[in-house]
Design a protein around this ligand. Sequence first.
Ligand code: NCD
Length: 334
Amino acid sequence: MTIETIDREAGRDNLLSVSDLGREGILEILHQADAFAEISHRPMPKVPALRGRTIVTVFFENSTRTRLSFEMAAQRLNADVLTFFSATSSVQKGESLRDTVQTVDALGVDAIIIRHPSSGAALQASRWVRASVINAGDGQHEHPTQALLDAFTIREALSRRSGQVVDDFAGLRVNIVGDVRHSRVARSNVLALAALGAEVTLVAPEALLPISTEGWPIARVTTDLDSTLDSTDVCYLLRIQHERMAEAHLDDLDEYRRHFGLTTERAARLGKDALIMHPGPMNRGVEIDSTVADLPNALILDQARNGVPVRMAVLFRLLGGPRTVGAESGDLVE
Ligand code: NCD
């Protein structure tokens, strides 16, 4: 059950793909995130778990939620945080990805959180550095922490409703709707939600479906959103990824909205308990009507909020152990 894997050499100290974790690893992170979510309600919402560690966000693509929540997560764990902006860096003088990440690594950082437009960039970076590497989105390949925070958000909503912790998504019908072909969020979510037992359906126009879904752990694929509305528990909408389209796949966004947008009329046909999700940034009026994005069962801001405890849990998992100095000596300083 793999998605066109770029190859997994991920050591336990990197997070490059959801498949590095498996069901047990995902659940461990979600449980750890529960504890960190509790901390955020304290008057002083910080713990010293990563004091003395340094993390750096190295983003070659724009971001609001992912970068800010990683940085906030690191700060809440008392790590030191550096931010690299490619637009004002030596990348503009032609410095390569390899020289850039090796320079950052040479400073002595403990984790490099990387976002890059090329699929496979995080894996490649992990081979060049000694710091832990976290994939914050590589091209159209994967975005594992987004899938973890989405799973956490679904679990939170289901648990609130049933009055008990819901770790098993068996029987949960999730529709992932829209530009699946170019979406790293879709790939990571399919892996994470299926690992937790959900039944995932991909809904997209032919041109925005992956060329092949062989090996994807999905229940089905359809081009007919309307036929799925009354049998979905989670309607997960994707942004049209204009920046990843080499050729025009969509001439007419109104036409897209007519067939694949979650309009007010379509939202009214969802079951009353159905959850609506979107990773952001949203194109209001294209894949989701503005009024739908603001409905009480739309969890978009919960997703953003949950990015912090989930990313705290990921950082803690990778960096929370005793620190070793020198790969060979293994001397402990803590
Ligand atoms: C996503 C991304 O960048 O992959 N956004 C995010 O991280 N919340 C989705 C998108 O850009 O459409």
